[in-house]
Design a protein around this ligand. Structure first.
Ligand code: GLP
Length: 244
């Protein structure tokens, strides 16, 4: 694990953008694993700005998102599909046929099987991750086995509360209690992993991820075994690290 500590959210987003663009520019047919949540919003804005200004093209790029809420249609403003379109895809030249977000409705077992097959057929070149305050990656909550693949999950109460704080207009009762998520084994198969963490609310999770034991209690600690994993962490999120 390589940990890059930067000053603040803006610097973390700039650094992450540099790493993402490097992959896209060196491989115009790259498969990008993408994430949602508040953390990558500025990174996506920077990618849109770069596309506009420098013409970096996504026309042969494929994208694969980590997760989706269960029970929300793609057109629901809080769905991750909607989030991705509005924060990134709508302003890039990406072919929407190359965009993949797990479906949160329909026959979930079939959807999960199909998504796993899709990931098998399209190995991810770079997987972007945020981290939950409880150490979750994607929607792989504490206790998820490291060999898990795309599956339906029950969200922890703390995740529902975290996500209501920033989305769903603060209404906890509107946050779905279940989701569909790539598993930890899917994430570990990516050639490169880029995790961004910002703010002191992530400090405990980052300390446990980097310096704690590898344990399913902290899903992100699985990344200790990844051969090419970069954590871009701002000073607040790095504040509990003992070895800086
Ligand atoms: C959600 C997403 C995760 C994300 C996490 C952190 O639970 N499923 O992929 O990493 O939120 O969100 P935020 O970046 O808003 O702190």
């Amino acid at each position: 694990m390589e940990v890059i500590i930067v000053k603040d959210y803006e610097e973390a987003s700039q650094k992450a953008c540099e790493i993402m663009l490097n992959v896209v520019k060196n491989n115009p047919t790259a498969n990008l694993g993408l994430a949602t949540g508040s953390t990558p919003i500025r990174l996506y804005e920077l990618m849109r700005e770069d596309h506009k200004k420098n013409g970096t093209s996504y026309k042969d790029i494929k994208s694969f998102n980590l997760d989706e809420y269960f029970g929300l249609d793609q057109s629901h403003p809080q769905s991750y599909h909607y989030f991705m379109c509005h924060n990134l895809f709508n302003e890039l030249d990406i072919d929407m046929n190359n965009v993949h977000v797990p479906k949160g409705n329909g026959n979930i077992d079939e959807e999960c099987k199909a998504y796993n097959q899709l990931l098998e057929d399209n190995p991810i070149d770079i997987q972007l991750l945020g981290i939950g305050s409880n150490g979750h990656i994607g929607f792989n909550e504490p206790g998820t086995p490291f060999d898990s693949v795309t599956h339906k999950v029950d969200l922890k109460q703390s995740t529902i509360e975290d996500n209501a704080r920033l989305f769903f207009n603060g209404k906890i009762e509107d946050v779905p209690t279940q989701a569909v998520s790539m598993g930890i084994a899917n994430i570990m198969k990516a050639k490169k992993v880029l995790l961004i963490a910002s703010g002191e609310g992530k400090a405990k999770a980052i300390q446990a991820t980097v310096e704690g034991p590898k344990t399913t209690d902290v899903p992100a600690s699985a990344l200790q075994d990844h051969p090419d994993c970069i954590l871009v962490v701002d000073e607040a999120a790095a504040s509990l690290l003992k070895n800086k």
